[in-house]
Design a protein around this ligand. Structure first.
Ligand code: SF4
Ligand code: SF4
Length: 353
């Protein structure tokens, strides 16, 4: 069996099962992880080939995302089927790793049986507020959707660990104590993100970021006073930003991702990129909804390995080679120091259209 042959650890892979979402968050890229290069959508067999090739090469950690993976019965079933495949292939190889689901939770209640039986290690549920009016303002969806999201979280939390994913801005910073209390009361973890600036966002997130950005330094300081020194964590393989993780006495983990701190970049891939230094750096590989392998959310064609040719999706051997190539580019990222980024307000906004 081929293997990546790199002594550096491999990153995790985000699998965007669809480019479509049922919310319209102000700060979000128009199609989640599945940006640009869209060239039709990959069918379920194609996704299975991609995942089989990735696991053959040695990748072990997968998050299913979108768009919204629980968008419809069809996308939900596809997500569950692919999650089970990953779990089975990893079990056959006796390898460790994780299978997670990123969802906005709007349909969690509707598809809870499938979510629980698919074998996810964790559900990462995007939720920025406990206030329905703020939800409506941010996600452009009404109180009914908000209520369903909360009910969904509470319905599955005892079956699968849940972590809230909360983007912090001026619109919700005052709510953080209430959100932390909610997490502690219900046994949920929470990850706090500062606002990223995406070039293709729904509402022009450059403006959104400028208007709403708040530094997480004060939150971090407050948590340190309350819970003591955090542990420092990186994404799988040591990539991405240095994140702080605090633990409350009740066991709730509170993680902070601050994109103004250092991140991982690859010399070959990033130095010619118009977005260098971008907000996110190299955190994980993405299998986009069209099947192409992308190194990062904001890169363009040069940051993408096409996985289809004139006959459709490439052969398993070719896909394995593509993943090995991707692993090599990530390994290079570990050969340079993590650059400390300038303040985000000084990063020029380049608009890709
Ligand atoms: S942030 Fe998530 S839930 Fe909101 S629009 Fe984007 S993909 Fe959908
Ligand atoms: S957008 Fe991608 S290629 Fe460009 S600097 Fe960021 S991580 Fe590197």
């Amino acid at each position: 069996m081929e293997s990546s042959n790199y002594d550096k650890p491999l990153p995790s892979i985000r699998v965007a099962v669809t480019e479509t979402c049922n919310l319209r968050c102000d700060y979000c890229p128009t199609d989640g992880d599945s940006v640009e290069m869209q060239n039709g959508s990959l069918d379920t067999d194609g996704f299975e080939d991609m995942l089989t090739a990735a696991i053959d090469v040695g990748f072990t950690d997968f998050s299913f995302t979108g768009g919204e993976p629980l968008l419809s019965r069809r996308t939900a079933d596809r997500t569950f089927q692919l999650a089970r495949l990953v779990n089975d292939l990893r079990a056959e190889k006796g390898s460790d790793g994780y299978t997670k689901l990123n969802t906005n939770g709007a349909n969690l209640l509707r598809y809870q049986d499938g979510v629980v039986s698919a074998g996810f290690d964790e559900l990462k549920v995007s939720l920025d507020t406990l206030n329905p009016a703020t939800f409506e303002e941010l996600a452009k969806r009404n109180e009914k959707v908000f209520d369903a999201t909360l009910q969904g979280i509470l319905a599955v939390k005892d079956e699968v660990p849940v972590r809230l994913q909360t983007v912090v801005g001026k619109y919700n910073i005052d709510e953080l104590p209430q959100m932390l209390d909610f997490c502690i009361a219900h046994g949920l973890d929470i990850k706090l993100f500062d606002i990223s600036r995406y070039n293709n966002a729904l509402a022009g997130s450059g403006n959104f970021a400028d208007t709403n950005y708040v530094s997480l330094d004060a939150v971090s300081q407050m948590l340190e006073e309350q819970y003591g020194e955090p542990i420092i964590k990186f994404a799988v393989g040591g990539y991405g930003h240095a994140k702080k993780v605090f633990t409350s006495p009740e066991g709730t983990r509170i993680e902070i991702r601050d994109t103004s701190k250092s991140a991982q970049y690859s010399p070959d891939l990033c130095e010619s990129c118009p977005n260098y230094m971008c907000q996110d750096g190299l955190c994980n590989l993405v299998i986009a909804a069209d099947g192409h392998i992308r190194f990062c959310r904001e890169g363009g064609a040069e940051q993408t390995i096409p996985t289809q040719n004139e006959h459709g999706i490439k052969s398993l051997d070719e896909l394995r080679s593509d993943f090995m190539k991707a692993a090599g580019i990530f390994a290079l990222a570990q050969s340079i120091e993590r650059p400390i980024k300038p303040l985000r307000r000084l990063i020029p906004l380049t608009v890709i259209k």
